[in-house]
Write a protein that binds this ligand. Sequence first.
Ligand code: PLP
Length: 389
Amino acid sequence: MKPIYVDNNATTRVAPEVLEEMLPYFSELYGNPSSMHSFGGNVARMIKESREKVAKLISAKPEEILFTACGTESDSTAIRAALISNPDRKHIITSRVEHPAIKNLFENLAKTGYRVTFVPVDSKGLLDLDYLYMHLDDDTAIVSIMWANNESGVIFPVEEIAQAVKAKGIVFHTDAVQAVGKVPVDMKKVQADMLSMSGHKIHAPKGIGALYIRKGTKFSPFLIGGHQESGRRGGTENVSSIIGLGKACEMALSDLDQMSTRIKKMRDKLENTLIKTVTNTMINGDREQRLPNTTSIGFEFVEGEAILLMMDEFGICASSGSACTSGSLEPSHVLRAMGVPFTAAHGSIRFSLSTYNTEDEIDFIIEKVPPIIKRLRELSPFWKNNKCE
Ligand code: PLP
């Protein structure tokens, strides 16, 4: 059974064009880019080209791009660099809905003596900007606010936030892992000092990421070693993946229009039909300020995991809004921060589309999901007790 893959915020397939560009670097072009001979030098030249492609996608300068191993490493590198550069400042700010790559890091820093402000969101997942601005002070070392949320798809006004934070002389970082390749990201407009991105969300392989570091930003390497990446990250480069990321960024740039047209249209059809045909259903998150490929739908009085298992029987791959990996089946911190009612948070499913999805796949999901919810509700004591029919 061919999977109907609508879990692209979790990871994406490597584009065949990306794989094709990568393959020679495992076989014929295996030189070390640091070597003096031209066999290695040619590889260094290709890394340079790849850096240019990554920079172009976000309107940055090539020398502002640092290759890392993933979005998580980019996040950690950015935050730690800011803290090392501002050793006397002990206050850090982030939102309550960040990915664990930031959330857990900030919780960890709280245990080591940092004062952390977690900015709340409203029921639509929109950030409380007044709360954020109110908490900026002379002790603030860094503000890190994600560009777009991985669960709800809600987009934060990072251009405005960056301006306000920079006006106070505070370092601003944004985790743009979900935004890059889905919405325009222009570092000439957004005055962030650092920005994280990840390859496997944009059809490059897993194990490659990038950190944008604005020219002039104080920086300390996270990985201390050789002189690679202009001394900003030791370790022999992951050449094939760097080449893959460059190609993926080039493709993402030319596919960007599709995101706001064809993919958005399919997402809208999926969510509009499901909320119309299935009663007691809600969309988690603001429907305007949102990624064009993402919808998080709360089906009341059913368990998300049960929906996932039944969809899996038809090959439909999506995600639930529960922290099931913790074994608790608690709704995720994002849905809890938004105050999504427990009845809907437990039955929340995230569908996230990519350029590889088709209308036929969307029609298939629209056909299969309503009977699944109906069957599960017939078995649900909560549904019966609430007499929703
Ligand atoms: N930040 C966000 C918003 C994400 O969605 C993810 C991955 O889901 C990450 C960071 C972590 O990226 P990576 O898996 O490349 O470490």
